[in-house]
Design a protein around this ligand. Structure first.
Ligand code: GLN
Length: 204
């Protein structure tokens, strides 16, 4: 399995390291041809408006949308969550997301950069110890569609969600050295999605 890390802006290297610590080969994705070479994608945290503008400049915006529609597994962290959301509150005028995930996300929901914080989270599907989660000017999920499962919350606000092949967290697991969130993406999201895609190809 080849997982790409969208490398337009944000903590690209940290995600690549977390994936390689999980034993998965990752590659940097900036161009459409680099996207074609991967089975799944991580969209890192950073700044969502910057990433979406650069995605347009690098002509990879629409190819990412097409792959999302075609079932490519994607994990979006923080700004990446905003970029996967179908609806964004507190967006700047004209801000674009790739979409695909039937959620409304509120940008900068926990406050400004100085309100960034860490906390321990109970995460559905990952057993003890709790996940140490780093929130940096993070979004939260305001509401979810019926296909979306909430995996973790802070004060009643969803901060980790999953719908079929799409997975998103408001926080930054790549910064803590605990690779269980990346492992969850690989084992619970990518592997089943890629297995059913190859089963469909065999039937064809
Ligand atoms: N506040 C940022 C945004 O709107 C996200 C912050 C992050 O990714 N750490 O894109």
């Amino acid at each position: 399995m080849k997982i790409g890390v969208l490398s337009l802006q944000g903590d690209v290297r940290e995600h690549a390291r977390s994936l390689s610590d999980c034993g998965v080969h990752s590659s940097l994705v900036r161009r459409p041809s680099e996207l074609e070479a991967v089975d799944a994608l991580v969209i890192p945290g950073g700044e969502s408006t910057t990433i979406s503008k650069l995605a347009r400049i690098f002509d990879i915006f629409q190819p990412i949308q097409e792959r999302i529609s075609a079932g490519m597994p994607v994990y979006g962290s923080c700004a990446g969550m905003i970029l996967l959301a179908d609806r964004v509150e507190d967006a700047i005028v004209g801000q674009e997301s790739f979409g695909g995930l039937d959620v409304t996300v509120r940008r900068n929901a926990f406050g400004r950069q100085v309100d960034s914080f860490e906390t321990d989270l109970t995460f559905k599907g990952i057993t003890q110890p709790p996940i140490r989660a780093v929130f940096i000017r993070a979004p939260w999920v305001e509401s979810v569609g019926s296909s979306v499962e909430v995996l973790a919350e802070v004060d009643g606000h969803p901060v980790a969600v999953r719908s079929d092949h799409l997975f998103a967290t408001s926080f930054h697991p790549e910064l803590t050295g605990d690779n269980r969130i990346h492992k969850f993406f690989i084992e619970e999201v990518c592997e089943p999605a890629l297995k059913s895609a190859s089963a469909r190809n065999v039937v064809k």
